[in-house]
Design a protein around this ligand. Structure first.
Ligand code: FAD
Ligand code: EGU
Length: 471
């Protein structure tokens, strides 16, 4: 109580810029601590908007994101509006479907509707008496010396505002971050990957889901990949990933069908030829960018969170989850340092940068891995090996995706543990190989084979080698 009383006297004002997933959640976190919070969002209130434009319709919510929602009392509500996915369903080219569980019974991820999640978070943020929501406020610029922010409204008018702390949650193309870029000793990198993505709707068939609903459906085809997540209205949203140059090759409805016939034939009757052709040409393919930067703060005045701090490619399903976890980590540090921004902000950078960079790297690694040599057979094989090793040594060997998806193990620790496990596994394989050679030799000595047979096969082998040499 004493601490909240001292806060009352300070009555610090926090400005959250960006009312997307992370900004809306963060507003709840700051409001919970008793700050006066003002949220500024460039778009109109999506709860009143007729059409919501924006990226990806549904998202995979996992442990880290759920923990953050739990902190502000929203976990149950959001989880009840999600669809459980207990396993992946791998679709082979021949139409065969193979389920691979994420873990034990209780280990599942959730498919959540982005727009609905955002609306729920905004409603929760708005419900605090100490919050103020400002929609149609696009941050144009801010002054890193004075902290003065300038917003433009859709009618062209401008408004200015000040706060004790500015929290930049304004996404991958953050306007808040622009001021960071002008400063010395600010590291920044952004990489566009050659792939784009496009979303296609798979409607219900006879009022039911066209495919099994409680799965994350995957069509791994090396360079081409498709993923489908279920929605509450019994549709699936299929996300097609492929290089922009491949998207550009397809210019007619017939070519769309031809392409799907070649790579995703089982989906044509499910999506339907007309829907497929309509959705394909509705919007151009969207780009994916990876952004890393350091530090995340300026003095005791401004801090970046979510995609504004770290946009990651979607190949681990962690972008939102990591952004939500940012909020927990910041909140924990606020406790440790008694809400002293001049101590909290540098500590937040120190603690969080290595983890966000680790998940950015992992997601990028998985992208290169999948497009290089992941077809359905390889995907199934790898996940099965992971699961078997985990079953044999449950404490020592934990699959990387398990640590990332179902625990709050710090991302950079998960990567370390993964490298260590790989070493152990490789040693194990080497030892088995040596064992096999030794055991084989022993058996050969104990039971010498008929040498004449060996010689014949050696001759055969020579013939084969010669045959190989001649073109
Ligand atoms: P955003 O959601 O981008 O929100 C930023 C907000 O700031 C927006 O509302 C915007 O209008 C506002 N804004 C922008 N500029 C200004 C300004 N100048 N002034 C005021 N407001 C401004 N993550 C997962 O965890 N699981 C998944 O399965 C998953 N799948 C994905 C699939 C795809 C294809 C993509 C592209 C991403 C996926 N992600 C996933 C990542 C996830 O979408 C992002 O990490 C998440 O949306 C980040 O939230 P954010 O609030 O930081 O940014
Ligand atoms: C991509 C786009 C399967 C939603 C990574 C798995 C994703 C999602 C995987 C998108 C994959 C890839 C994991 C989850 C998830 C898998 C994961 C990827 C949700 C390693 C809406 N990925 N995604 N890994 O293990 O940990 O199932 O757009 F195909 S959820 Cl690329 Cl767990």
């Amino acid at each position: 109580m004493e601490r909240s009383a001292s806060r009352q006297t300070k009555k610090k004002v926090v400005a959250v810029v960006g009312g997307g997933l992370v900004g809306a959640l963060n507003t709840c976190f700051f409001a919970n601590r008793g700050f006066d919070v003002e949220l500024f969002e460039s778009r109109e209130d999506i709860r009143r908007a007729k059409v919501v434009k924006g990226r990806s319709i549904n998202l995979a919510l996992s442990h880290r994101g759920r923990q953050a929602l739990k902190h502000v009392g929203l976990e149950e509500k959001i989880v009840s509006q999600g669809i459980q996915m207990q396993a992946r369903m791998i679709h082979s080219l021949n139409g065969k479907q193979s389920p691979i569980p994420y873990g034990k019974k209780g280990q599942y991820i959730l498919s959540v509707d982005r727009a609905n999640l955002n609306k729920e978070l905004l409603t929760a943020a708005e419900s605090y008496p100490n919050t103020k929501m400002n929609f149609d406020h696009k941050l144009q610029d801010w002054n890193a010396e004075t902290g003065l922010m300038t917003f433009v409204r859709s009618d062209g008018s401008k408004e200015q505002a000040k706060a004790d702390l500015i929290v930049g949650c304004d996404g991958a193309f953050s306007a808040i971050r622009k001021q960071f870029l002008r400063r010395s000793r600010f590291d920044y990198s952004q990489t566009y990957i050659p792939h784009g993505y496009m979303e296609l709707t798979m409607p219900p068939i006879n009022g039911e889901f066209a495919m099994k609903p409680n799965y994350l459906h995957i069509w791994p085809r090396n360079t081409f990949m498709m993923i489908a997540l279920p929605n509450l209205d019994k549709t699936f949203t299929c996300t097609l990933f492929m290089p922009f140059e491949e998207f550009e090759k397809i210019t007619t409805g017939d070519e769309v069908i031809e392409f799907f016939q070649k790579y995703f034939p089982d989906t044509i009757p499910l999506i339907g030829v007309n829907t497929l052709q309509r959705d394909y040409f509705r919007l151009p393919a969207q780009a994916m960018v990876s952004v890393k930067c350091n530090p995340y703060h300026i003095g005791d005045m401004c801090v970046l969170m979510g995609d504004a701090a770290h946009a990651v490619v979607p190949f681990y399903g962690q972008g939102m989850n990591a952004g939500f976890e940012d909020c927990i980590v910041f909140d924990e540090i606020m406790d440790q340092f008694n809400e002293d921004f001049s101590a909290v902000l540098p500590e937040y950078t120190r603690v969080r940068v290595p983890d966000d960079h680790a998940i950015a790297d992992l997601a990028m690694y998985n992208y290169t891995e999948m497009r290089a040599h992941v077809n359905s057979k390889w995907f199934i094989f790898r996940k099965r090996v992971d699961n078997i090793l985990h079953f044999l040594m449950p404490k020592a060997i934990i699959p990387l995706y398990t640590m990332v998806t179902f625990t709050r193990t710090r991302y950079h620790e998960a990567v370390k543990q993964w490298h260590w496990q790989n070493k152990v596994i490789n040693r194990g394989l080497l030892l088995s190989a040596v064992g096999a050679v030794l055991g084989g030799s022993y058996l050969l000595i104990k039971h010498p084979p008929d040498l004449s047979k060996l010689i014949v096969s050696a001759e055969e082998m020579w013939d084969r080698l010669v045959a190989l040499r001649t073109p």
